[in-house]
Design a binder for this molecule. Structure first.
Ligand code: FAD
Ligand code: NAD
Length: 475
């Protein structure tokens, strides 16, 4: 709609982030009741489950992005969006400091935005545990830019390995793709990478075909710690068939430009140090707290014992505050940092805020009616009846249940058109792995895509890659 000034009779609701938590809140929020302001350095929603497929060009990155402007066009009332990073939150003065961090900047690059209510949905950043060399030499896999960087690097390694006169040793290094972290991100990426190699690179550049290797390094005794034992075994045996090397009980300690140094915990209790040369290294060791969240935690005494993010109560209110809520990977509510959890939390908050607004409207109406009761004694019976009806509605609304997460299951792609799924259906648990699960995985993710536009683009990419192979041109 057209630009309108904020309505002074409504509360200002500021939402930080345009990820899974914030966007599912915005999708269901009745925006008429608030002056809603969204702040995020990213002017789009990203469908992260298919991000690993973008690293090989199986899916083009724009197919899994949805502009926030398009999303906000469909809200009932006008919602303001500012493309900026929240650099700090002052819970005393109730303001958010925001900074334009993009390439093009105007005269104003920093300002303050006051809020009555604040939702923090800024997600997490990549954990590096302070391990030297990680920031300088590895690629993360969290944002669109990361996937694009990896896609370019894979082909750069391949083309460089195929360069005239390259030594055998250097070819082996360049074609050694190392993945650190055996969580779902690392596993899915390793699977996609091996597919890329089997389905396309091998055919296009046969002379180096037998040198390509993928190694997955995991500190714990097995990969996919959150999946059931049966599926862990299935994944590990599938990787063996796909010729992906899994090194478990191996902790990376240092990364240099061309090598990764790790320590293997041997069964006899001793440790062995190893150094592996690599061409591409993808770092997927999970989440760390963002600075803006850390800073906010430091300002709230009740958060002093929280380590992994903003501790929230069962209504997702940030402990120690009255008007700040947190959703998704930056919130500690006792659940895993997944899109599934973030989406349900955002959805819950929308319901909560819609109810709060309706409550206020009804209470206001009851106050008005009570006032007119004295002024119009003739209509007393009718007015009392109306008050009673409003109060009945109020009692119903006020009885808001706390947030309850309902786990739909875990799904992961493991390469060669196979997937693993731990699904809970009809109160029963159901674990499956294989090609049928792969079809289930594809249809589940397709149905979860943000929009019909995204869905069509993803199908188009799958068909295109199947018919013509992945596009290996390096832009
Ligand atoms: P995000 O979705 O990360 O969104 C955070 C938002 O905040 C972004 O818009 C960001 O730009 C913005 N932001 C960052 N800093 C600031 C700031 N200072 N101020 C304002 N805004 C800021 N989960 C599943 O359940 N299933 C899957 O299959 C799955 N696959 C995944 C695959 C990959 C490769 C990755 C990386 C994750 C996957 N996840 C999956 C996990 C899932 O993506 C996260 O749990 C989810 O994105 C968390 O949602 P969120 O809203 O908390 O954060
Ligand atoms: P993760 O935290 O799940 O896994 C990281 C792994 O890295 C851990 O197993 C850890 O032991 C290992 N590690 C840490 N330091 C190491 C070191 N120095 N050397 C070797 N290994 C090391 O991280 P993730 O895979 O990025 O996932 C993050 C979140 O996103 C999780 O909640 C996950 O469930 C979710 N996710 C889900 C899916 C899916 O459902 N398909 C896909 C991706 C991510």
């Amino acid at each position: 709609g057209p630009q309108v000034e904020p309505d002074p009779s409504k509360k200002t609701l500021v939402v930080l982030g345009t990820g899974w938590g914030s966007v599912s809140l915005l999708k269901k929020l009745d925006t008429e009741h608030y002056n809603v302001i969204v702040i995020s350095p990213r002017n789009y929603f990203l469908f992260t489950p298919l991000l690993p497929s973008c690293t090989t060009g199986l899916i083009e990155h724009r197919s899994i992005m949805e502009p926030i402007r398009t999303i906000l066009r469909h809200t009932k009332a006008n919602v303001k969006f500012y493309e900026a990073e929240a650099s700090s939150v002052d819970p005393e003065r109730k303001v958010v400091r925001v900074l334009d961090t993009s390439e093009i900047r105007g005269d104003v690059i920093e300002t303050e935005i006051p809020y009555d209510m604040l939702v923090v949905g800024v997600g997490a950043e990549n954990a590096t545990f302070g391990i030297p060399g990680v920031r300088e030499h590895t690629c993360f896999l969290k944002e669109i830019g990361d996937a694009q960087r990896i896609r370019k690097k894979i082909m750069d390694c391949v083309e460089t390995a195929a360069f005239k006169g390259q030594s055998q040793e250097e070819i082996d290094r360049l074609l050694h793709m190392v993945v650190v972290g055996g969580g779902p991100t690392g596993v899915e990426f390793a699977g996609e990478l091996q597919d890329f190699f089997e389905e396309d690179i091998k055919k296009l550049i046969p002379d180096i075909a037998d040198r390509f290797r993928v190694t997955l390094i995991e500190a714990l005794p097995n990969v996919l710690p959150s999946f059931s034992k049966q599926l862990i075994e299935y994944t590990e045996s599938t990787f063996k068939e796909e010729k992906i090397d899994i090194m478990t009980k191996t902790m990376v300690k240092k990364v240099t430009e061309k090598t990764v140094e790790a320590e293997i915990n041997k069964p006899d209790g001793t440790r062995e140090k190893i150094t592996l040369p690599y061409g591409l290294l993808v770092w997927a060791t999970g989440n760390a707290v963002r600075p803006v969240v850390k800073d906010l935690m430091d300002r709230i005494p009740a958060q002093k014992d929280s380590r992994r993010g903003l501790a929230v109560n069962e209504y997702l209110v940030v402990q120690g505050t009255r008007d700040i809520w947190a959703v998704g990977d930056c919130a500690v509510a006792g659940y895993a940092p997944t899109a599934q959890v973030a989406a349900q939390e955002g959805n819950f908050l929308a319901g909560l805020f819609n109810n709060m607004a309706r409550t206020e409207v009804l209470e206001q109406r009851v106050r008005e009616l009570s006032g007119s009761l004295n002024l119009e004694p003739g209509n007393a019976a009718d007015i009392s009846k109306e008050i009673e009806e409003h109060e009945r509605q109020l009692r119903r609304i006020k009885d808001i249940k706390p947030f309850h997460y309902s786990h739909q299951g875990s799904l992961a792609y493991i390469g060669s058109e196979k997937a693993v799924a731990d699904v809970s259906w009809f109160n029963g648990n159901f674990a499956s792995g294989g090609s049928l699960t792969f079809l289930f995985w594809r249809s589940a993710y397709l149905s979860m895509c943000f929009s019909t536009r995204n869905r069509l683009l993803v199908i188009n990419d799958w068909v295109k890659s199947k018919l013509f192979g992945r596009d290996v041109s390096r832009e």
